[in-house]
Design a protein around this ligand. Structure first.
Ligand code: PLP
Length: 391
């Protein structure tokens, strides 16, 4: 068999590999605390599950329009109005099977040999993987620990060339928990006026998980770039629906027809019952969202304190999402070695920072979407591994 060369350039998401290894070790009888995978440890709220069951009972078994059922697209527009305070035409909403699909479609739409696409490093690994697959040149936006892993608009703007087609922004961020403040977005958008050919993909899948009372700063708030902004969001993290595969993009009017074509070529539509569940999620009671965010916030404070008490480890306070990204370089170990030792010797699953890009060396990612007792257990085990039983 002769595969297309592009296949050799496709990367992966190490969190899934770690999950598989952790599951295997657990099946062999080892007690594993999984702080590797980034998914809420809560079940999907029951009224959402019931809406899907009802949809199936009501006979929603067939194809839907490729971009999603109208009431769901309208519900998304209403939710964006409520949360982000901006008016969106429901016709520009594309319902897709998970947040990842908007990312993949955007990168495929702009990427080809000769093009450049900028992406955060450390950042969600699929950005770079998809960029490489298209043959475009991946240009990392290096995020610095000293700025809490926000980005410097000036640094981003300085790297734009005539070949730059797309810039990926992710706030709150995976794997760092970093948040880009509004003032930095202001500068970024002002600078983009000099580069009208550049589109922006704003991955706001963690928008509902911002801490310390800070409101989420969304790139949708800038009319100046509305005609070249792709918004990525979805249900996975906000409503604990990772396994349902439901996400959405809001696209520029000039691109929505291309999204329709990609959807028809790729997945036809998201399964109908899930789309009805998506409506229930957006229009039903929102208290579970608050309950989860409060629990994550409590765990954030705890893990941050415990990590900083470990020898050789320092951790900036994450401002969003559910990840802590401590610096482990003073332990003298590489990120990958630390990830492996933690899993094999301490039974704690984490993900090496290098899985999120070269700039992730010296860091490991902890997902604190796990119970406080489990996080406590993981920290105790890590303290033991690092030879400090005081923590
Ligand atoms: N974007 C970011 C930054 C993520 O961390 C994730 C999932 O971990 C996604 C997108 C994809 O979400 P989904 O599971 O809905 O495809």
């Amino acid at each position: 068999m002769q595969l297309a060369a592009a296949m050799s350039r496709l990367g992966t998401e190490t969190a899934f590999e770690v999950l598989a290894r952790a599951t295997k070790l657990a099946a062999e009888g080892k007690d594993i605390v999984n702080l590797g995978i980034g998914q809420p440890d809560f079940p999907t709220p029951p009224h959402i599950v019931e809406a899907a069951v009802k949809a199936l009972r009501d006979g929603h078994h067939g194809y839907t329009p490729a971009l999603g059922i109208k009431p769901l697209r309208e519900a998304v527009a209403a939710d964006i109005r409520k949360l982000r305070g901006v008016e969106i035409d429901p016709d520009l909403v594309a319902i897709v099977p998970g947040g990842k699909v908007t990312m993949f479609f955007a990168i495929v739409m702009f990427g080809e040999p000769g093009a450049e696409i900028m992406y955060p490093d450390p950042g969600f690994p699929i950005y770079r993987s998809a960029i490489e697959w298209t043959g475009a040149k991946p240009v990392p936006i290096v995020l610095h620990e000293r700025t809490g892993f926000s980005f410097s608009a000036e640094e981003v703007l300085r790297q734009i060339t005539p070949r730059t087609r797309l810039i990926v922004v992710n706030s709150p961020a995976n794997p760092t928990g970093g948040v880009v403040p509004k003032a930095e977005l202001d500068k970024f958008v002002a600078g983009l006026e000099r580069h009208p050919q550049v589109a922006v993909l704003s991955d706001e899948i963690y928008a509902r998980l911002c801490y310390d009372g800070e409101a989420h700063a969304s790139l949708t708030a800038y009319p100046a770039i509305r005609d070249r902004l792709i918004l990525l969001d979805g249900w996975s993290k906000t409503y604990a629906m990772t396994g349902w595969r439901l996400g959405y993009g809001v696209w520029p009017r000039a691109l929505i027809g291309q999204v329709d074509k990609l959807a028809v070529n790729c997945h036809s539509c998201v399964n109908a019952a899930t789309q009805w569940a998506g409506i229930a999620a957006l229009q039903g009671p929102q208290d579970s969202v608050g309950v989860m965010a409060k629990a994550f916030d409590e765990r954030r404070g705890y893990i941050h304190r415990r990590l900083n008490a470990l020898p050789g480890i320092s951790c900036v306070l994450p401002k969003g999402a559910f990840y802590a990204f401590p610096n482990i370089s003073k332990t003298g170990q590489t990120a990958r070695a630390m990830q492996n030792r933690l899993l094999e010797e301490a039974g704690v699953a984490t993900v090496a920072g290098t899985s999120f890009g070269a700039a992730g060396e010296g860091f490991i990612r902890f997902s604190y979407a796990n119970s406080l007792p489990n996080i406590e257990k993981a920290m105790d085990r890590m303290a033991k591994l690092l030879g400090d039983n005081r923590a």
